[in-house]
Design a protein around this ligand. Structure first.
Ligand code: NAP
Length: 250
Protein backbone atom coordinates (compact mmCIF):
# COMPACT_ATOMS: atom_id res chain seq x y z
CA UNK A 1 0.00 0.00 0.00
CA UNK A 2 1.36 3.42 -0.93
CA UNK A 3 1.26 5.66 2.13
CA UNK A 4 2.06 9.32 1.75
CA UNK A 5 3.51 10.98 4.85
CA UNK A 6 5.19 13.84 3.02
CA UNK A 7 5.80 16.87 5.26
CA UNK A 8 4.59 15.03 8.37
CA UNK A 9 6.67 15.41 11.53
CA UNK A 10 7.01 12.16 13.48
CA UNK A 11 8.59 11.28 16.81
CA UNK A 12 9.53 7.67 17.57
CA UNK A 13 10.54 6.91 21.16
CA UNK A 14 13.18 4.20 21.51
CA UNK A 15 13.99 4.60 17.83
CA UNK A 16 17.61 3.45 18.07
CA UNK A 17 17.04 -0.31 17.85
CA UNK A 18 14.58 -3.08 16.95
CA UNK A 19 10.96 -2.22 16.20
CA UNK A 20 11.46 1.51 16.82
CA UNK A 21 14.35 1.62 14.36
CA UNK A 22 12.23 -0.08 11.69
CA UNK A 23 9.39 2.39 12.36
CA UNK A 24 11.84 5.25 11.80
CA UNK A 25 12.91 3.74 8.46
CA UNK A 26 9.34 2.97 7.36
CA UNK A 27 7.92 6.39 8.25
CA UNK A 28 10.86 8.15 6.71
CA UNK A 29 10.53 6.06 3.52
CA UNK A 30 6.94 7.32 3.24
CA UNK A 31 8.14 10.92 3.42
CA UNK A 32 7.93 11.82 7.11
CA UNK A 33 10.65 13.78 8.86
CA UNK A 34 11.42 11.66 11.90
CA UNK A 35 12.80 12.67 15.27
CA UNK A 36 14.63 9.62 16.63
CA UNK A 37 14.55 9.45 20.41
CA UNK A 38 17.07 7.14 22.03
CA UNK A 39 18.24 6.58 25.58
CA UNK A 40 21.57 4.70 25.72
CA UNK A 41 22.35 3.60 22.15
CA UNK A 42 23.81 6.82 20.79
CA UNK A 43 26.00 5.15 18.16
CA UNK A 44 23.14 3.08 16.79
CA UNK A 45 20.93 6.17 16.63
CA UNK A 46 23.65 8.08 14.76
CA UNK A 47 24.07 5.20 12.29
CA UNK A 48 20.31 5.23 11.70
CA UNK A 49 20.29 8.97 11.07
CA UNK A 50 23.13 8.53 8.58
CA UNK A 51 21.19 5.74 6.88
CA UNK A 52 18.05 7.82 6.37
CA UNK A 53 20.17 10.76 5.19
CA UNK A 54 21.80 8.40 2.68
CA UNK A 55 18.32 7.67 1.31
CA UNK A 56 17.64 11.38 0.94
CA UNK A 57 15.50 11.92 4.05
CA UNK A 58 16.01 14.34 6.90
CA UNK A 59 15.79 13.44 10.55
CA UNK A 60 16.86 14.47 14.04
CA UNK A 61 18.24 12.75 17.12
CA UNK A 62 17.26 13.45 20.68
CA UNK A 63 18.55 11.62 23.75
CA UNK A 64 15.98 11.32 26.53
CA UNK A 65 14.97 8.75 29.10
CA UNK A 66 11.27 9.03 28.41
CA UNK A 67 10.33 7.84 31.89
CA UNK A 68 11.68 11.13 33.31
CA UNK A 69 9.40 14.20 33.20
CA UNK A 70 12.29 16.69 32.84
CA UNK A 71 13.79 14.74 29.96
CA UNK A 72 10.42 14.54 28.19
CA UNK A 73 9.92 18.27 28.72
CA UNK A 74 13.29 18.93 27.03
CA UNK A 75 12.43 16.56 24.19
CA UNK A 76 9.16 18.34 23.47
CA UNK A 77 10.71 21.79 23.85
CA UNK A 78 13.07 20.71 21.08
CA UNK A 79 10.15 19.53 18.92
CA UNK A 80 8.17 22.76 19.55
CA UNK A 81 11.10 25.07 18.86
CA UNK A 82 12.25 23.22 15.79
CA UNK A 83 8.94 22.32 14.10
CA UNK A 84 6.11 24.04 15.98
CA UNK A 85 3.90 21.03 15.42
CA UNK A 86 3.91 17.24 15.63
CA UNK A 87 1.81 14.96 13.41
CA UNK A 88 2.79 11.49 14.58
CA UNK A 89 3.93 10.06 17.92
CA UNK A 90 5.00 6.42 18.20
CA UNK A 91 5.29 5.42 21.86
CA UNK A 92 7.62 2.51 21.24
CA UNK A 93 10.22 2.57 24.04
CA UNK A 94 9.92 -0.44 26.31
CA UNK A 95 11.98 -2.86 28.39
CA UNK A 96 11.59 -6.26 30.03
CA UNK A 97 12.76 -7.36 33.45
CA UNK A 98 11.21 -10.82 33.72
CA UNK A 99 11.08 -12.72 36.97
CA UNK A 100 8.72 -14.99 38.84
CA UNK A 101 6.21 -13.04 40.88
CA UNK A 102 7.65 -14.06 44.25
CA UNK A 103 11.16 -13.08 43.17
CA UNK A 104 10.22 -9.87 41.40
CA UNK A 105 11.85 -6.79 42.90
CA UNK A 106 9.75 -3.70 43.35
CA UNK A 107 12.41 -1.76 41.43
CA UNK A 108 11.94 -4.08 38.42
CA UNK A 109 8.18 -3.73 38.64
CA UNK A 110 8.50 0.06 38.73
CA UNK A 111 11.11 0.38 35.99
CA UNK A 112 9.08 -1.64 33.46
CA UNK A 113 5.97 0.42 34.22
CA UNK A 114 7.94 3.67 34.20
CA UNK A 115 9.30 3.15 30.69
CA UNK A 116 6.23 1.58 29.02
CA UNK A 117 3.37 3.31 30.75
CA UNK A 118 4.58 6.45 32.50
CA UNK A 119 6.76 7.25 29.47
CA UNK A 120 3.78 6.87 27.12
CA UNK A 121 1.67 9.06 29.41
CA UNK A 122 4.29 11.83 29.54
CA UNK A 123 4.91 11.82 25.79
CA UNK A 124 1.22 11.53 24.88
CA UNK A 125 0.31 14.47 27.10
CA UNK A 126 2.90 16.75 25.51
CA UNK A 127 2.15 15.51 21.99
CA UNK A 128 -1.63 15.89 22.38
CA UNK A 129 -1.17 19.48 23.54
CA UNK A 130 0.61 20.28 20.26
CA UNK A 131 -1.69 18.19 18.07
CA UNK A 132 -4.84 19.78 19.49
CA UNK A 133 -3.70 23.17 18.18
CA UNK A 134 -3.83 21.75 14.63
CA UNK A 135 -6.88 19.58 15.27
CA UNK A 136 -4.90 16.69 13.79
CA UNK A 137 -2.59 13.91 14.95
CA UNK A 138 -1.81 10.23 15.21
CA UNK A 139 -0.61 8.50 18.36
CA UNK A 140 0.45 4.88 18.12
CA UNK A 141 1.30 2.90 21.24
CA UNK A 142 3.40 -0.23 20.92
CA UNK A 143 1.90 -2.58 23.48
CA UNK A 144 2.35 -6.37 23.29
CA UNK A 145 0.64 -9.72 22.89
CA UNK A 146 1.46 -10.00 26.62
CA UNK A 147 -1.51 -7.69 27.26
CA UNK A 148 -3.72 -10.58 26.10
CA UNK A 149 -1.68 -13.69 26.74
CA UNK A 150 1.64 -13.86 28.51
CA UNK A 151 4.33 -16.24 29.63
CA UNK A 152 5.68 -16.98 33.11
CA UNK A 153 7.65 -14.19 34.75
CA UNK A 154 5.94 -11.27 33.06
CA UNK A 155 3.67 -9.81 35.76
CA UNK A 156 5.35 -6.40 35.44
CA UNK A 157 5.50 -6.41 31.63
CA UNK A 158 2.01 -7.83 31.02
CA UNK A 159 0.38 -5.37 33.40
CA UNK A 160 2.29 -2.42 31.91
CA UNK A 161 1.26 -3.42 28.38
CA UNK A 162 -2.32 -4.17 29.43
CA UNK A 163 -2.34 -0.74 31.04
CA UNK A 164 -1.04 0.74 27.80
CA UNK A 165 -3.97 -0.78 25.88
CA UNK A 166 -6.45 0.70 28.38
CA UNK A 167 -4.58 4.01 28.27
CA UNK A 168 -4.94 3.94 24.46
CA UNK A 169 -8.71 3.56 24.74
CA UNK A 170 -9.01 6.26 27.40
CA UNK A 171 -6.99 8.71 25.28
CA UNK A 172 -9.02 7.85 22.17
CA UNK A 173 -12.24 8.71 24.01
CA UNK A 174 -10.86 12.13 24.94
CA UNK A 175 -8.97 12.96 21.76
CA UNK A 176 -10.96 11.48 18.84
CA UNK A 177 -13.28 14.50 18.75
CA UNK A 178 -10.24 16.73 18.48
CA UNK A 179 -8.97 15.12 15.28
CA UNK A 180 -6.42 12.89 17.02
CA UNK A 181 -6.52 9.13 16.55
CA UNK A 182 -4.93 6.97 19.23
CA UNK A 183 -4.35 3.27 18.58
CA UNK A 184 -2.26 0.43 19.96
CA UNK A 185 -0.28 -2.21 18.11
CA UNK A 186 0.31 -5.52 19.90
CA UNK A 187 3.34 -7.34 18.49
CA UNK A 188 3.86 -11.04 19.13
CA UNK A 189 7.38 -12.50 19.08
CA UNK A 190 9.46 -10.19 16.90
CA UNK A 191 13.10 -10.78 16.01
CA UNK A 192 14.84 -8.09 18.06
CA UNK A 193 17.29 -7.87 20.98
CA UNK A 194 14.38 -7.89 23.42
CA UNK A 195 13.06 -11.32 22.47
CA UNK A 196 16.48 -12.96 21.94
CA UNK A 197 16.83 -14.59 25.36
CA UNK A 198 13.28 -15.97 25.42
CA UNK A 199 13.66 -17.28 21.88
CA UNK A 200 16.95 -18.95 22.79
CA UNK A 201 15.38 -20.63 25.81
CA UNK A 202 12.07 -21.75 24.33
CA UNK A 203 12.10 -20.87 20.64
CA UNK A 204 10.90 -24.26 19.33
CA UNK A 205 8.01 -24.39 21.77
CA UNK A 206 6.99 -20.81 21.02
CA UNK A 207 7.08 -21.41 17.26
CA UNK A 208 4.63 -24.29 17.66
CA UNK A 209 2.15 -21.86 19.20
CA UNK A 210 2.34 -19.32 16.38
CA UNK A 211 -0.18 -20.28 13.67
CA UNK A 212 1.84 -18.38 11.03
CA UNK A 213 4.77 -20.72 11.82
CA UNK A 214 7.39 -18.00 12.05
CA UNK A 215 8.58 -15.20 14.29
CA UNK A 216 7.66 -11.68 13.26
CA UNK A 217 10.05 -9.21 11.69
CA UNK A 218 10.24 -5.56 12.81
CA UNK A 219 8.87 -4.55 9.41
CA UNK A 220 5.67 -6.52 10.13
CA UNK A 221 5.04 -4.06 12.96
CA UNK A 222 6.37 -0.98 11.18
CA UNK A 223 3.98 -1.50 8.24
CA UNK A 224 0.88 -1.27 10.44
CA UNK A 225 2.42 1.68 12.32
CA UNK A 226 2.86 3.51 9.00
CA UNK A 227 -0.76 2.77 8.09
CA UNK A 228 -2.02 4.04 11.45
CA UNK A 229 0.16 7.14 11.00
CA UNK A 230 -1.41 7.91 7.61
CA UNK A 231 -4.65 9.62 6.59
CA UNK A 232 -5.94 6.25 5.42
CA UNK A 233 -6.66 5.26 9.02
CA UNK A 234 -8.57 8.42 9.94
CA UNK A 235 -11.70 6.52 11.07
CA UNK A 236 -9.81 4.06 13.29
CA UNK A 237 -9.42 5.06 16.92
CA UNK A 238 -9.01 3.34 20.27
CA UNK A 239 -8.16 -0.01 18.69
CA UNK A 240 -5.66 -2.64 19.77
CA UNK A 241 -4.33 -4.37 16.66
CA UNK A 242 -2.37 -7.60 17.05
CA UNK A 243 0.60 -8.29 14.78
CA UNK A 244 1.48 -11.74 16.08
CA UNK A 245 0.97 -14.35 13.37
CA UNK A 246 -2.16 -15.47 15.21
CA UNK A 247 -0.44 -16.20 18.54
CA UNK A 248 -3.08 -14.39 20.60
CA UNK A 249 -5.94 -16.50 19.20
CA UNK A 250 -4.15 -19.87 19.22
P1 NAP B 1 14.65 -3.54 21.89
O1 NAP B 1 15.24 -4.10 20.68
O2 NAP B 1 15.14 -3.96 23.22
O3 NAP B 1 14.71 -1.92 21.79
C1 NAP B 1 14.17 -1.15 22.82
C2 NAP B 1 14.24 0.31 22.46
O4 NAP B 1 13.66 1.06 23.54
C3 NAP B 1 15.65 0.80 22.28
O5 NAP B 1 15.71 1.66 21.17
C4 NAP B 1 15.93 1.56 23.58
O6 NAP B 1 16.80 2.67 23.41
C5 NAP B 1 14.55 2.09 23.90
N1 NAP B 1 14.41 2.44 25.31
C6 NAP B 1 14.46 1.64 26.40
N2 NAP B 1 14.31 2.34 27.52
C7 NAP B 1 14.16 3.64 27.13
C8 NAP B 1 13.97 4.85 27.84
N3 NAP B 1 13.89 4.87 29.17
N4 NAP B 1 13.85 6.00 27.13
C9 NAP B 1 13.93 5.99 25.79
N5 NAP B 1 14.11 4.87 25.06
C10 NAP B 1 14.23 3.71 25.73
O7 NAP B 1 13.08 -3.82 21.93
P2 NAP B 1 12.03 -4.05 20.74
O8 NAP B 1 11.81 -5.49 20.62
O9 NAP B 1 12.39 -3.26 19.56
O10 NAP B 1 10.74 -3.45 21.46
C11 NAP B 1 10.14 -2.22 21.07
C12 NAP B 1 8.76 -2.15 21.68
O11 NAP B 1 7.99 -3.25 21.21
C13 NAP B 1 8.77 -2.26 23.21
O12 NAP B 1 7.79 -1.42 23.75
C14 NAP B 1 8.41 -3.71 23.45
O13 NAP B 1 7.83 -3.90 24.70
C15 NAP B 1 7.46 -3.97 22.30
N6 NAP B 1 7.32 -5.39 21.96
C16 NAP B 1 8.38 -6.12 21.51
C17 NAP B 1 8.21 -7.46 21.19
C18 NAP B 1 9.32 -8.33 20.65
O14 NAP B 1 9.10 -9.55 20.52
N7 NAP B 1 10.46 -7.81 20.34
C19 NAP B 1 6.95 -8.06 21.38
C20 NAP B 1 5.91 -7.29 21.87
C21 NAP B 1 6.10 -5.95 22.14
P3 NAP B 1 18.36 2.66 23.81
O15 NAP B 1 18.93 1.37 23.29
O16 NAP B 1 18.87 3.87 23.11
O17 NAP B 1 18.44 2.77 25.30
Amino acid sequence: MHLDLTDKIALVTGGSRGIGRECVLRLSRSGARVIINYNKSREKAEELLAKIAHHGSEGDLFQADISQPDAVEMLFSFVRERFENLDILVNNAGIIKDNLLLSMKLSDWDRVHDVSLRGAFLCTKSAAEMMMLNHRGKIINIASVAALRCGTGQANYASAKGGLVSFTRACAVELSGKGIQVNAVLPGFILTDMSRRVRKRGGELILKQIPAGRFGMPIDVANIVAFLASDQSDYISGQAISVDGGLSIS
